[in-house]
Design a protein. Structure first.
Length: 237
């Protein structure tokens, strides 16, 4: 069983998602798009699922990042073929765009830990089965998506209403990250230190590090349940 994983930048990898999927027997074909010579396949014929990870670019920056056009085509192909798709942060926004839905600046830039609340539809979604109505998640985004026509609205935060949606039975778009580890979070804090949210609020980095230590054990259990649900969905369980 093979899934195409679009990793937009080297620093934003699949983390816990890769571990969980490989434990279940899935092979991740990870294409790291900021490495020289990396291209995407023309079709999804060889794959049983599609994953698109996060990244610092905007979904409409197709001129500096021309491969985004191919990602758009692959998402549309997956929709036609009813293949499972998971989009995280930028990946979720790319799914929304492929479904002809606007991606715009969120009123508040979310960086750090936030309380996520599942909607009624989210509580009924197989992706969130066994999870509580509220739990902490890690965020790093300034844009957000609208909801495509026919989509189910799954989750919210106080500062970003559209945190997750599903389209059909197995296409899922998320704003938040349930794949990260403390090591990944620390690497982002170092690499993205010029973010206005970090520059303008000097205590933000220390706060995020401290909150990561507080939330990590709870988060691990949440992420494990969530990722198990995802594996069950793509495995037809």
């Amino acid at each position: 069983m093979k899934t195409l994983t679009v990793q937009n930048v080297s620093i934003e990898g699949p983390g816990l998602l890769q571990q969980k999927m490989e434990e279940a027997g899935w092979q991740l074909d990870i294409r790291i798009m900021d490495q020289p010579g990396i291209v995407l396949p023309g079709t999804l014929d060889e794959y049983k699922a599609l994953i698109i990870l996060g990244g610092p670019m905007n979904v409409y920056e197709e001129e500096p990042y021309p491969y985004l056009l191919q990602v758009d085509n692959l998402i549309k192909e997956a929709v036609r073929k009813n293949l499972p798709v998971l989009g995280i942060c930028l990946g979720g926004q790319l799914i929304a765009k492929a479904l002809d839905t606007p991606v715009t600046r969120n009123p508040v830039e979310e960086i750090g830990w936030y309380k996520l609340r599942l909607t009624t539809e989210g509580m009924q979604s197989s992706l969130f089965a066994g999870l509580p109505e509220e739990f902490p998640v890690f965020q790093w985004h300034s844009d957000t998506f609208a909801l495509p026509g026919g989509a189910s609205h799954l989750a919210v935060t106080n500062d970003c209403i559209h945190q997750a949606f599903s389209y059909g039975l197995n296409i899922f778009a998320l704003q938040f990250h349930l794949e990260v580890t403390p090591e990944i979070i620390n690497s982002w804090l170092a690499a993205y230190s010029s973010e206005p949210e970090l520059l303008n609020k000097p205590d933000t980095v220390g706060r995020i590090v401290a909150e990561t230590n507080v939330y990590w054990e709870i988060y691990k259990e949440t992420a494990n349940r969530f990722l198990t649900n995802w594996v069950n969905i793509i495995s037809g369980l």
